[in-house]
Design a protein around this ligand. Structure first.
Ligand SMILES: Cc1cc2nc3c(=O)[nH]c(=O)nc-3n(C[C@H](O)[C@H](O)[C@H](O)COP(=O)(O)OP(=O)(O)OC[C@H]3O[C@@H](n4cnc5c(N)ncnc54)[C@H](O)[C@@H]3O)c2cc1C
Length: 417
């Protein structure tokens, strides 16, 4: 029996990728909702059919004011639930692209030191760290902290200092119109400021094997997908990858799944995972680690049922029955919005400060007498911090440290404007 509930309701299907996307967006933005699976609730199934015209257009989101949205975009959903999606002011001292640890730290320091600060986040504050089930090596949290909790605390702190935060808005480009810097959003809107910090982090790398793409959100997920964990209670699931994020994910799923199978290309976990996680995994009775193995295909009718593997030493194929596959195979920098505007290395990481002096020469197009400041890119007034920056060491603490330290050089730059 469902208890009476007068908040926001998401009515969808367990195997509907769009339903998963909506749940993930709401929960990462800390918007409470009640989930209703149409396969378990005949009257709701009829309601969905009448509202959306078909039970395949999912999910239907019902709002307490009696209105509804069918298969909404993140932007439409953000607007409707009252998340800020449009800038209040025509001009800011500082615009931050990305609300991960680097962007949030920069926002806290910027606003607390009197800068009119706008942070623009494509998805939800917290970034990659916000998707971690438990961060155990961040200073000050001896028992660890979930990424969601850390993100919520940082967001509250930034708001308390007066940071304006836009959610579900993507920055697609930036340009220079001296002394101003201008960011362009995907909806065509432009926002002006004196300085920009690019803290866009990394995006997950896709697993390019047969059968994966159609089953994303229907048993296959990138990252820990904590909203979905309970669906797999008592089932067998697999985790692809052998780095720390995969280890954390595997340990998290041991709380729900009957068995967690880790699929690792290396000879052992120790080559790319911190020892404390390796020890924890070895001690977990329901984790099985398969090494020197790769995924070659995902199979299932409407949702994941089987994964085909290949032994990297013998080339022997093998099938495993799993209800879910969680993929943690690394990430690539999200620097596409600065393409052609600032210099990046061959992998797309943004070059800053001393790294811009290749063979002792100033960066191309640099006309100022001074050298670029620390964290400054090849375009004066545009800074970069965190995982997207060449040379960063891709940890929460480093991102927070870089975001915080970059404020010092942003102040120095503002004195020159
Ligand atoms: C599952 C997982 C577990 C991890 N666990 C740990 C751990 O235990 N300890 C540790 O130290 N590190 C951990 N890490 C690494 C750590 O999370 C990252 O190093 C850190 O989040 C980097 O912060 P960042 O702010 O540079 O970038 P990100 O966290 O990547 O944040 C960037 C943000 O920018 C947004 N964005 C990107 N492009 C745009 C755009 N064009 N417009 C607007 N917004 C945009 C993104 O949506 C994102 O929210 C983990 C990573 C993952 C994925």
């Amino acid at each position: 029996m469902r208890l009476p509930f007068d908040g926001l309701r998401v009515i969808g299907g367990k195997w509907s990728p769009q339903s998963y996307g909506v749940k993930e967006f709401l929960s990462r933005n800390h918007v409470p909702y009640q989930w209703i699976d149409i396969d378990q609730d005949a009257p709701m199934r009829e309601l969905v059919s009448s509202l959306s015209g078909s039970v395949t257009r999912l999910p239907v989101v019902l709002f307490p004011d009696g209105s509804h949205l069918v298969a909404p975009t993140n932007l439409a959903l953000a607007d409707k639930v009252g998340l800020r999606t449009r800038a209040d002011q025509p001009f800011y001292d500082l615009v931050i692209v990305g609300g991960g640890p680097a962007g949030l730290a920069n926002a806290v320091y910027g606003a607390s030191e009197g800068l009119r600060t706008l942070l623009i986040e494509h998805n939800a504050p917290g970034g990659q760290a916000g998707t971690s089930s438990r961060i155990e090596n961040y200073l000050g949290f001896p028992a660890g902290i979930s990424g969601a909790d850390l993100a919520q605390r940082a967001t509250a702190q930034a708001r308390r200092f007066g940071v304006e935060m836009l959610t579900a808005q993507e920055v697609v480009g930036l340009r220079r119109d001296d002394p101003f810097r201008i960011v362009r959003l995907a909806n065509g809107a432009e926002i002006s400021c004196y300085a920009i910090l690019v803290a866009a982090g990394m995006a997950v790398r896709m697993l390019g094997v047969a059968g994966v793409a159609p089953l994303i959100g229907a048993g296959i997920y990138y990252g820990a997908a904590t909203t979905e964990a309970a669906i797999y209670r008592g089932r067998d699931v697999c985790v692809v990858g052998g780095a720390n994020s995969a280890g954390q994910g595997a340990l998290f799923f041991t709380r729900y799944a009957r068995r967690v199978i880790m699929l690792v290309r290396d000879k052992s976990l120790a080559s790319s995972m911190s020892q404390y996680l390796v020890n924890r995994i070895a001690a977990a009775s329901n984790i099985e680690v398969l090494t020197r193995i790769e995924v070659t295909e995902a199979c299932g009718n409407g949702h994941l049922e089987q994964v085909v593997l290949r032994d990297l030493d013998t080339s022997e194929p093998r099938r495993i029955d799993v209800a879910a596959m969680f993929i943690f195979i690394g990430a690539a920098p999200r620097s596409e919005m600065v393409s052609g505007v600032v210099e990046c290395d061959e992998k797309g990481f943004i070059l800053t400060g001393p790294d811009l002096f290749q063979s002792g020469r100033k960066p191309r197009g640099w006309t100022l007498d001074r050298d670029p400041f620390l964290f400054e890119t090849s375009t004066p007034g545009v800074f970069a911090a965190g995982d997207v920056r060449a040379g960063s060491n891709r940890r929460v603490a480093s991102a927070v440290g870089e975001g915080s330290a970059a404020i010092y050089t942003i102040h120095r730059y503002l004195e020159t404007v």
